[in-house]
Write a protein that binds this ligand. Structure first.
Ligand code: ZN
Length: 423
């Protein structure tokens, strides 16, 4: 999501579960505004027959505030942290609930997506959509299997550092892949720049792919994987890239936000995708602005910034490009869009664009700030600059999953080849 400001202010209070692991009895009630104090001593039921349910978000990508638990009903909400207004990312685990059926009730606005929560019973390695039938308004019900250890629930399928590591390990010996450090984040994490394709010779073209300017927009990362997979593949498409194009991918522009489980979107004082004008404040954006023009050598032709939109409804359940104000840029976006429509083989259909000046995509939304694509559009020799919004859960009736998002990434790679060959 690159636009949209909500006017709701961030409310504090409740039981913050995150940096500390907390054990809660299922009979525990109340404790709003308990804040960050050590809470372990609140966890007691005095009834040995009632099993202990533990809820926490103390792992990469974790995010939840548990307000109270009454019987088998848990009251909770997303942890907004430094977000301006409301947003909807959350990701927590439940342990000690085997055999029980529990209801998870969100207390503020409804942050459950259109296919219900994503669920993992293997510690976050694989996920599936729980489905609409489990959802009622802002709550969902889950029957924990007997003998299950932990179950994770999240707004969408997370994609974290460990997922990227697993992906890159598959290509460790590839001569078409080089992983370098772009910079260190504010919290001293390494922010990768990944070079794939034609990296052992002078390429004909260079392209940039960025993701996670907004930390929570994880489905975009699966599309990025699908694109990189296509470039690294030992097939006709892969060989074409390996001979002609050097791809620079920045998979986690907001690395700290991704790992810490932040919303990232509308972060105060401004988020990573509003940091490109003037004096930037985030190390990764500063590094991108310095590195890319020097690396380009006049061969940078394409910049694609991958995002996910708002939670539900209308265009938020369609793949679309966000139109730039510059009419030359907009013409190229439309040309690329027509190619993408034509080459598409995956189940997720792209068929829309959001022109500049429509819906949230207005100058008022950006104010005097600059997004990554606005900045990239000014680079020498660049032809196509675009933002692509990939929904979190649903595209025209088709489920968005890691597999279908990767297929969309492959469609993007095919379309970009045709675009570059046509120019
Ligand atoms: Zn976004």
């Amino acid at each position: 999501m690159i636009g949209r400001n909500s006017s709701l202010s961030c409310r504090r209070g409740g039981l913050l579960i995150g940096a500390i692991g907390i054990v809660l009895s299922v009979t525990l009630i109340g404790y709003r505004d308990a804040g960050l104090e050590a809470l372990g001593d609140l966890a007691q039921s005095g009834d040995a027959s009632i099993s202990t349910v533990r809820i926490d978000a103390d792992y990469p990508g974790g995010n939840i505030i548990v307000e109270r638990i009454r019987g088998d009903r848990v009251f909770l909400r997303p942890d907004l942290r430094d977000t301006k207004g409301w947003w909807f990312y959350w990701n927590f685990r439940v342990r000690g609930a085997a055999g029980r059926t529990m209801t998870f009730q969100f207390t503020d606005r409804n942050p459950i997506g259109v296919r219900g929560p994503a669920v993992s019973t293997d510690g976050g390695a694989t996920w599936s959509w729980l489905g609409r039938d489990s959802v009622r308004d802002a709550s969902f019900v889950y029957a924990f299997p007997d003998h299950v250890g932990e179950v994770r629930f999240a707004f969408t399928v997370p994609y974290l550092q460990r997922d990227l590591r697993r992906f890159l390990d598959r290509y460790r010996s590839s001569p078409h892949l080089a992983v370098r450090r772009l910079c260190r984040s504010r919290k001293r994490r390494s922010v990768e720049r990944i070079h794939v394709g034609s990296i052992d010779r002078e390429p004909k073209h260079r392209i940039v792919l960025t993701a996670r300017h907004h930390a929570c927009e994880s489905m975009a990362s699966f599309a990025l994987e699908g694109f990189l997979e296509s470039v690294l593949a030992e097939d006709e498409l892969g060989r074409w890239y390996q001979q002609n194009v050097e791809v620079l991918a920045i998979p986690f522009v907001d690395k700290d936000g991704v790992e810490d489980g932040d919303q990232g979107k509308n972060r105060r004082p401004h988020d990573h995708n509003r940091d490109y004008g003037g004096k930037s404040i985030y190390p990764s954006v500063i590094a991108i602005k310095k590195f890319v023009p020097a690396w380009s050598q006049g061969k940078l032709k394409v910049w694609i910034d991958l995002h996910c939109p708002w939670i539900r409804g209308g265009m938020n359940e369609m793949i679309y490009q966000v139109g730039l104000a510059n009419t030359d840029c907009w013409r190229e976006q439309q040309a690329f869009g027509r190619i993408l429509e034509a080459v598409r083989r995956g189940p997720l259909v792209y068929a829309n664009d959001l022109p500049f000046g429509k819906s949230w995509n207005t100058q008022a939304n950006y104010g005097n700030q600059m997004s990554s694509t606005m900045w990239a559009a000014k680079l020498d020799g660049i032809q196509l600059v675009t933002t692509i919004e990939l929904p979190y859960a649903n595209v025209g009736g088709q489920p968005v999953t890691p597999a279908s998002a990767r297929q969309f990434g492959r469609d993007l790679a095919k379309a970009l080849r045709r675009y570059l060959e046509g120019r």
